[in-house]
Design a protein around this ligand. Structure first.
Ligand SMILES: [Zn+2]
Length: 221
């Protein structure tokens, strides 16, 4: 066999191993290899090298598994954080409702207001007592949240609540009053109001309409 023939065969060997040569070339290579020890060894070397060069499917499988595991751990972490946040939110909400009660609906609730004798109480301002009862006559709770004064305007906002679950106290009444200008007796222009906030609506009562306010035991609705 000539050296040229060996070189041609070595050029063909990789293609032969990959199985992409024609039948004629394949036969040519086989015939040559039968009589050439050197080229046979060259082919063995190439065949041994081939699997290393190709991507190892088991290895890439392991890499994917590792990546999946990493992603799963990341997901677990995110799910845990999310669960903790949601739980905290639910607990906070429950504690809030437990302590403050649920806002009362305006349906079937009576509001009773009564002007107190301020001279008798030693107060220098008019004081009203407010009672909230449901249709069964049970007194309801309210949060007297704020008094707002702005010049001639003064008012309270009362958030009417169902009885808080945490409270063992008896329902109470609300005394509301505002500082009164000295000339109030002659000129009761100061706008005094009480706004009652229900779950579904709110309603305001004004001092100037006092004559039309419900008298004790009367009901607004
Ligand atoms: Zn050869």
């Amino acid at each position: 066999m000539s050296k040229v023939s060996c070189n041609v065969i070595r050029d063909l060997l990789p293609l032969d191993i990959d199985g992409v040569v024609s039948e004629d070339s394949k036969r040519l290579v086989e015939e040559h290899l039968e009589g050439c020890e050197e080229c046979r060894r060259e082919k063995e070397k190439l065949e041994q090298a081939a699997p290393v060069a190709a991507p190892d499917p088991s290895e890439s499988g392991a890499a994917i598994k590792k990546l999946k595991k990493k992603l799963r751990r990341k997901n677990l972490f995110l799910i845990s954080v999310f669960s903790v946040l949601v739980s905290a939110l639910i607990c906070g909400g429950l504690i809030y409702v437990w302590r403050s009660g649920i806002p009362a609906s305006s349906k079937n609730i009576s509001v009773t207001m009564e002007m107190l004798e301020t001279r008798y109480l030693g107060a220098d301002q008019p004081i009203w007592m407010l009672y909230f009862t449901n249709e069964e006559g049970t007194l309801l709770y309210g949060r007297k949240e704020s008094v707002m004064t702005n010049g001639d305007v003064c008012g309270y906002v009362i958030y009417l609540m169902e009885k808080p679950f945490s409270s063992g106290e008896e329902p109470y009444t609300y005394s509301v009053g505002c500082p009164v200008p000295s000339n109030w007796e002659e000129d009761p222009d100061q706008l005094f109001y009480v706004t009652i906030v229900y779950r579904d609506t709110h309603e305001s009562y004004y001092l100037e309409d006092y004559e039309s306010w419900p008298s004790p035991a009367d009901t607004v609705r």
